[in-house]
Write a protein that binds this ligand. Sequence first.
Ligand SMILES: *Cc1c(COP(=O)(O)O)cnc(C)c1O
Length: 358
Amino acid sequence: MINVTKTFLPPLEEYSKFIQRAWDNEWLTNRGELVLELEEKLKAYLGVSNIIVTNNGTIPLQIALKLLGNQGEIITTPFSYVATTASIVWENCTPVFVDIDPEYLTIDEKKIEAGITAKTTAILATHVFGNPCNVVAIESIAKKHHLKVIYDAAHGFGVKFNNKSIFDYGDVSTCSFHATKLFHTGEGGAILTNNQDLHHKLYYSHNFGHNGPLKFHGLGINGKMSELQAAMGLSVFPYIHKIVSERKKIVDYYNANLNLKKIQTLKIRPNSRWNYSYYPVIFDTEQQLLKVQKVLNEHNIFPRRYFYPSLNTIEYTKGVEMPISESIASRIVCLPLYVDLQLKTLEKIVLLINNNLC
Ligand SMILES: *Cc1c(COP(=O)(O)O)cnc(C)c1O
């Protein structure tokens, strides 16, 4: 069965070497040496000054919204994974959707100001499929209206914009290291800021608010990554260049061979170094998508409808219309993209798609 992605697994002996250290230390969590080592390696690779690794990629969104959202209105995108919107509602904030750019698929910065009210506290936008938001425009809107900026950078591992890590933009960025993501720790994630004061707050918030064993800085939750997760991350880490370059080859193949006169692909924002994390294709109509999906499924190939449905249509959000996001969500599918995807499978995928565009 060919799925949209396949988890990258390092050789088991390499994972075992790190697990052995957890055994030797008899230490499985509470920021042991494997977590600290992973954080140092990630800081150097990503070129960031701070990183806190976490138990998943959703808790960082909740912590950021707890600290910066103030139970207010959050300007956000309807085109993302459900965790983005769910975290806003979970933290007793109100999502205010702003439609997306039809080519970059990120929040349309030109429409943000129309959504701002006296209750707006922050903007939470997603670097969709690793494609950077218009971070420059968003920063100037946020400054003008005294808003905080949180980026859901779950797909942003290794992405740069203007030669700087994408995680360096906004007040806080979050990332996911879920098994389906480009870099993974099984389950896991990270929260990043370049503001030292905020880093301190994020840090204690992810560890129950602790200030030493007996005192507390403030409210907190358990967002800690375990040593077992860090062991997976440390054994995947040496392969990150291979993971990105193998994916680039597949993306290049799709770009060169799909009939791009009839299907739209992701337009990458200029001045970005992208990470080849997803290969979305957008058909003219949903019927077209369903037809191609059916044919691929018959050949045991299962692309995923990322992201469907548009988040403004789910039951616990308000139900305002977002025509562009709803339209794209009904017509978009992500094609298989992972290390080890065989050329003959790729040829088959491309042929089945090109032959079924009418
Ligand atoms: C994967 C993902 C998340 C959630 O990350 P988890 O590690 O699964 O909790 C959040 N936002 C987006 C856009 C994602 O794709």
